[in-house]
Design a protein around this ligand. Structure first.
Ligand SMILES: Nc1nc2c(c(=O)[nH]1)N[C@H]1C(S)=C(S)[C@@H](COP(=O)(O)OP(=O)(O)OC[C@H]3O[C@@H](n4cnc5c(N)ncnc54)[C@H](O)[C@@H]3O)O[C@H]1N2
Ligand code: MOO
Length: 405
């Protein structure tokens, strides 16, 4: 059988993985703990923002018809101060954020006036509402403030606080088990014997999963035998929403993950037309309560794990959290600073991007093999090179942006 026979397209893998994914239940959280969490429902504005007409500048409030006149100052309005209606034929000293007094309709910044013995001399032609921030011009009470599915970034948290909101309903973070396979693995901190390697995939994937919104609750190293692997998969699937394994999905006698998955649950797809990550396995495990836990078996090579996480774990978290921003990686076009030929698999090359006057240039790390993690360090994007393509330097390539978080 040719090496590439029965390789499935990446899209088929994603379809199988995301089919009927349940959405996480909602939980209420104080806003102070809700950074990066995904809103479970729309949030409506309770207040107008700004809540009252106020000044955008330090200066003087007046009626715009009084442009060109010299007026006495009848009151002083600092931010937070009470105000009285503006007396006729006068102006008010006002500071940024101060409430516009009734009767005034514009503000002139202090640099544009002249202070004379008779009062403040104003320039000619002051536009109506000049330097006034009108009530409700940012947000109107009763209108949508933030949509369900929004990931709470800094501005969204500021928007909530601006409304006096202290608690929000967000999606519970999916619980993920991250199981490493491989008798050669040991944890950093232990002495390294010949033939052993440190488990680098665990912290890398833990960080990526947390960035994608997951709660990595189970970490374990699985023994290289079918029975031990079965036991660990069974237990993990009963306590989490997603089980991720690394290694053990290729064709060697020591690769037990697929067999264990098939005997416990269901293998949806195995062997994809992608490089790196060909032996990636997708499936489902019984959750012990009549439902299913999603299973993603990443190949052990570190770059296959890195790329597999961006291509499969991130959209999976997007579906579980019902978050469009997570579900799809942003795409951009760049000029390749490299040449390459692909075979029957789509190649996801790790690139650094340079934003130049002439456009975006993708620089590829010279060694793109799946064991070379240096190719991922500092990568801004994955350049997507279709199968059987011949890319010359300068050609435009499609890239998936990895820096959105
Ligand atoms: N005869 C064939 N051999 C292989 C094929 C094939 O088609 N025919 N596919 C190759 C491809 S492509 C990949 S990718 C790898 C994937 O193999 P496994 O998923 O079974 O992974 P392992 O063999 O367990 O490990 C591969 C590699 O990665 C290292 N590794 C594993 N876990 C970690 C970890 N947590 N941290 C750091 N490094 C890790 C492991 O030591 C191996 O060097 O199979 C090819 N073989
Ligand atoms: O498909 Mo593998 O990740 O190239 O070594």
């Amino acid at each position: 059988m040719p090496e590439t026979a029965s390789l499935q397209p990446v899209e088929a893998g994603l379809d199988a993985l995301l089919e009927d994914v349940p959405v996480m239940p909602a939980e209420n959280l104080p806003c102070s703990q809700a950074a990066r969490r995904v809103l479970a429902g729309d949030v409506m504005a309770r207040l107008d923002a700004p809540p009252f007409d106020n000044s955008a500048m330090d200066g003087y409030a007046l009626r715009h018809e009084d442009a060109g006149r010299t007026l006495p100052v009848s009151q002083r309005i600092a931010a937070g101060a009470r105000v009285t209606p503006l007396a006729p034929n006068s102006c008010a000293r006002i500071f940024t954020g101060g409430a516009l007094p009734e009767g005034a309709d514009c503000v002139v910044m202090q640099e544009r006036v002249e202070i004379t013995d008779d009062g403040i001399r104003f320039p000619d032609n002051i536009p109506f509402h000049d330097n006034v921030r009108l009530q409700g011009s940012d947000v109107s009470a009763g209108r949508p403030l933030l949509d369900a599915g929004t990931r709470l970034d800094a501005a969204a948290l500021g928007h909530l606080a601006g409304q006096g909101i202290t608690e929000v309903a967000v999606r519970r973070r999916p619980r993920v088990a991250l199981l490493s396979t491989g008798d050669e693995l040991i944890e950093p901190g232990q002495p390294l014997a010949f033939g052993q390697i440190y488990n680098g995939n665990r912290p890398m994937l833990t960080h990526l999963l947390e960035t994608f919104g997951a709660d990595v609750t189970h970490l374990a190293t699985v023994p290289d035998d079918v029975e031990g692997t079965r036991e660990m998969l069974r237990n993990a699937a009963q306590q989490t929403d997603v089980v991720v394994t690394t290694g053990g999905v290729s064709v060697g006698e020591e690769d037990h993950v697929k067999a264990a998955l098939e005997s416990l649950g269901r293998l949806d797809l195995w062997r994809l037309a992608l490089r790196p990550g060909k032996p990636l396995a997708l499936g489902r495990l019984p959750d012990g309560h009549g439902g299913e836990t999603r299973f993603v078996g990443l190949p052990g090579n570190p770059v296959s794990c890195f790329v597999g996480a961006w291509l499969f774990l991130r959209p999976l978290m997007g579906a579980l959290l019902h978050c469009p921003e997570l579900a799809q990686l942003p795409r951009l076009s760049a000029h390749a600073d490299f040449s390459t030929r692909t075979g029957p698999r789509r190649h996801y090359m790790r690139v650094k991007l340079a934003f130049t006057r002439e456009g975006i240039v993708a620089h590829a790390y010279p060694d793109q093999k799946s064991g070379v993690l240096s190719s991922c360090v500092g990568a801004d994007a994955l350049a997507v090179i279709e199968p059987d393509a011949d890319i010359a330097k300068g050609d435009v390539v499609d890239c998936l942006w990895l820096r959105g978080d």
